[in-house]
Design a protein around this ligand. Structure first.
Ligand code: ASP
Length: 319
């Protein structure tokens, strides 16, 4: 029996300021529309999330594709993962600098490679050989981000790194590395008419990160996971704690144990906060079309659509 499709997307979790709410909402709604077009005509969840994420990678509002945060050297360095809940096939790219849409490269890996994960130059070569458009790194860098990095590095030097770190230190010591600004990573989870779920996450990572630093977003089970038997999950937020908790898989496991995705998503945010003083947001969807959206940051950009209704927002209260 065909299943009713569901699509949920996010565009990062942080204290999105009032004057940026509109662009975030527009971005997640556009992504939703692109993904829904695929689901509506009976297309696969995998195709729907790819199209949704491409829209947000191309949207400079978000920390993915063009407009991503810059690393310490002033370069865009991106990570992405896509995963198919029906087969557990996955494709990931890490630290790519010349791929306009990292999720497209990740999808090619999923579909056309015996391997699961490519990084750096090898990932770019694989992408080019499989028809994914490459670009110059400068094409992905925008003035807003050059200014943001400059400002951040100026402040860090002015404060001195030790006092900057101690002013941010938390009870467990992890907090001293917490990025103080935004998280605009993007992600999508979908359920298609065939009853399959899929998930994707794409990011430029954290501001001023060390070159070669890989976050949670593209790591299987950390920033993204999909299994028809549990759930499709995408996370955003401070990557290091999310990675240590393998949070996407942690959440999917709670769903396969019989909990609702809504509960599991909220629990994941509580766990992240309590265990490592981490912050972020999460979307989770099971193959019955039940989903959860949660964040422990002041705001998170999200949008969701079912055959009955469409919603979008920058806040989601706990169930
Ligand atoms: N989780 C991402 C990372 O740490 C950042 C984000 O979600 O904004 O790379």
């Amino acid at each position: 029996m065909p299943t009713d499709p569901v699509l949920v997307v996010h565009g990062g979790a942080w204290a999105i300021p009032d004057d940026m709410v509109e662009s975030h909402l527009r971005g997640v709604r556009d992504a939703l529309a692109a993904g829904w077009r695929v689901l509506k005509r009976g297309g696969a969840a995998l195709d729907a999330i790819e199209e949704a994420v491409v829209i947000m990678e191309d949207d400079e509002t978000f920390d993915a594709g063009r407009g991503s945060f810059l690393n310490r050297d002033g370069k865009v360095q991106m990570d992405a993962l896509i995963m198919d809940g029906a087969t557990l096939r996955a494709g990931g790219v890490g630290c790519v600098e010349r791929v306009r849409n990292p999720v497209r490269a990740a999808r090619k890996i999923l579909s056309e490679s015996p391997h699961v994960y490519f990084v750096g130059e090898g990932a770019e070569r694989f992408a080019a050989e499989h028809g994914v458009e490459l670009c110059k790194n400068e094409d992905l860098v925008i003035a807003r981000e050059v200014e943001r990095l400059r400002e951040y590095q100026r402040e860090t030097v002015a404060q001195g790194s030790s006092s900057a770190a101690s002013s941010r230190s938390g009870k467990d010591g992890n907090d001293m590395f917490a990025p103080v600004i935004s998280h605009d990573t993007v992600g999508a989870v979908a359920l298609d008419r065939a009853g399959n779920v899929a998930a994707a996450t794409s990011t430029g990572g954290t501001l001023n990160k060390a070159p070669g630093r890989l976050g949670d977003s593209s790591l299987i089970g950390c920033g993204c996971y999909a299994d028809n038997l549990s759930a499709a999950v995408s996370t955003t937020g401070w990557g290091e704690p999310i990675m240590k908790l393998v949070l996407a898989k942690w959440t999917a496991d709670r769903v396969s144990a019989g909990n609702l995705p809504e509960w599991a998503a909220q629990e994941a945010m509580n766990y992240l906060k309590q265990r490592l003083n981490g912050h972020g947001g999460i979307i989770a969807l099971n193959a019955r079309g039940q989903f959860g959206i949660a964040h422990n940051t002041p705001r998170m950009a999200w949008a969701c659509k079912t055959v009955k209704k469409e919603e979008a927002g920058v806040e989601r209260s706990a169930p």
